[in-house]
Design a protein around this ligand. Structure first.
Ligand SMILES: *Cc1c(COP(=O)(O)O)cnc(C)c1O
Length: 464
């Protein structure tokens, strides 16, 4: 499988390079040259197969000749042995034709584990082959950081730098990152918002001499493997229910919901993808009004979706434009100078045929947590609640199945649960002990030279 850049100015790449580079040399995002396609009967046959078999069937063509089938299968099996649900991504019926797809059974209790655990294993293979160490850099609004640390902490040949917005992740999220005792894990608490942290990461990648010196690689949601690995659960879920479902996806960086588009482009029958956002509603405004324009960042009860620029939206624009790289290149260059992109009507029409989008504020989020608890006895986390609110707003006909992605375990957000229900959720085994452990982090100003110097010093220290 060959990979292209959404901006059309990078040479064609193979899977191993795509995996390690994260982002294309021209600043664009990697996409497969052609989407692999599965037939309806192949997809239907997933119904009775274990998750790992489906993952293999989906990922084999993306990985190509990067490794043998046996190696891929080993990596998939080992990635998911640590999950605490045998189905990996259980589909739970919460009402007639209404389902939760539980994606939080991995080591850090959020859906990002599903892709990150596999990414780490393939990463090790790619690094061994390349024969040189790597510096992994990611900005996080909470869950990416802990998932990356759980997957990459302690790996030989990797130094991992995670930038999170200081004071803007929950204590549980922070401790899941800062209590890692691995020497290769470096937590930088940035004095600013998630978007400030992400802007720093982008600037560091754009600094070519620096990026080459430290062998910088990205594991955030723009890494194509994460999209591919997340496409898998759309297939396992749809195969278990009759009819083409609506998928409702709590959305920040647009990675998870774009994985749904990827699944559809591979042949999955889905009625619609519903983008559910919190008060940070750039995508909702873009899809409804055709203007993609960041607003002021708002802190919400669902911090993993507190973003204003949704990086993976570029992939959706690319596909909706009929892979018009000239359009994407110009649009993204203009957006950098003046962050206000008008989506041409035909392109918008094509996006709207696939996506619907709704915004839900904190008060509604709390109300949904209460209602779901009253009606089903289930405690849902605030991100999942935003999605359930989006599902209600979409209002699918009764005969259309609706699958809402449950992206985090409620115990990660005890304050929000207490605000909604008046009590704190039970602490699962995985989080026990976290509050007694020492934390390791440095607080850094949101300054490019300071962050760069910090990373270089740590990398040099570990090389010597
Ligand atoms: C990251 C995250 C999201 C948003 O996913 P994107 O791929 O960034 O759209 C939603 N919910 C939770 C719990 C997350 O950690």
């Amino acid at each position: 499988m060959n990979y292209l850049s959404t901006r059309g100015e990078s040479p064609v790449q193979r899977f191993g390079d795509v995996l390690l580079a994260g982002v294309a040399a021209d600043g664009g995002l990697f996409v497969p040259e052609a989407w692999p396609s599965l037939t309806g009967s192949e997809i239907a046959a997933f119904k009775d197969r274990p998750y790992t078999d489906v993952a293999y069937a989906i990922l084999k063509s993306f990985v190509g000749d990067f490794c043998s089938g046996e190696e891929l299968s080993d990596d998939i099996n080992s990635a998911y042995t640590g999950f605490d649900a045998p189905e990996i991504a259980p589909l739970v019926e919460i009402g007639r034709g209404r389902y939760l797809l539980e994606l939080f059974h991995g080591p850090t209790l959020a859906f990002k584990d599903i892709a990150m655990q596999l990414l780490a294993r393939l990463f090790v293979r790619a690094l061994k082959r390349r024969g040189s160490p790597a510096t992994v850099l990611a900005a996080t609004s909470g869950d990416t950081g802990s998932a990356a640390i759980a997957a990459l902490g302690g790996l030989e040949g990797v130094q991992l730098f995670i930038l999170h917005p200081h004071g803007r992740v929950t204590e549980t999220q922070r401790r899941q990152m800062t209590c890692s005792q691995h020497a290769n894990v470096h937590n930088l608490a940035i004095e600013g918002s998630f978007d400030d942290a992400q802007a720093l990461v982008k600037a560091l990648f754009a600094d070519k001499p620096f990026a080459q010196r430290v062998k910088l690689t990205a594991v955030n949601s723009i890494n194509f493997l994460r999209i591919a690995a997340q496409a898998v659960y759309y297939f396992t879920a749809a195969a278990k229910i009759p009819g083409a479902p609506v998928f409702v996806v709590p959305t920040g960086n647009f990675g998870d919901v774009f994985a749904g588009e990827a699944a559809m482009r591979m042949g999955l029958a889905a009625e619609r993808l519903v983008v559910a956002a919190n008060a940070n509603d750039i995508i909702v405004r873009a899809l409804n009004n055709g203007v993609y324009e960041p607003g002021p960042l708002q802190r919400t009860l669902s911090p993993s979706m507190d973003i204003q620029v949704a990086s993976n939206f570029e992939r959706a624009l690319y596909e909706a434009s009929g892979r018009d790289v000239a359009f994407i290149r110009v649009a993204m260059a203009e957006f950098r100078n003046n962050p206000r992109l008008h989506i041409p009507p035909r392109l918008l029409g094509s996006l709207q045929a696939r996506y619907a989008a709704f915004r839900t504020d904190d008060l509604e989020t709390l109300a949904v947590i209460r209602t779901v608890y009253r009606e089903t006895g289930k405690i849902v986390d605030p991100h999942t609640a935003v999605a359930l609110a989006g599902a209600l707003k979409f209002g699918a006909p009764a005969d259309v199945p609706v699958v809402t992605l449950a992206t985090a375990h409620p115990a990660k957000f005890p304050d929000a649960i207490e605000a909604a229900l008046g009590f704190r959720p039970a602490v699962p085994l995985r989080l026990k002990g976290l509050f007694e452990q020492p934390e390791k982090l440095v607080v850094v100003e949101a300054s490019l030279p300071l962050v760069r110097a910090h990373i270089e010093a740590r990398v040099a220290h570990h090389e010597s």
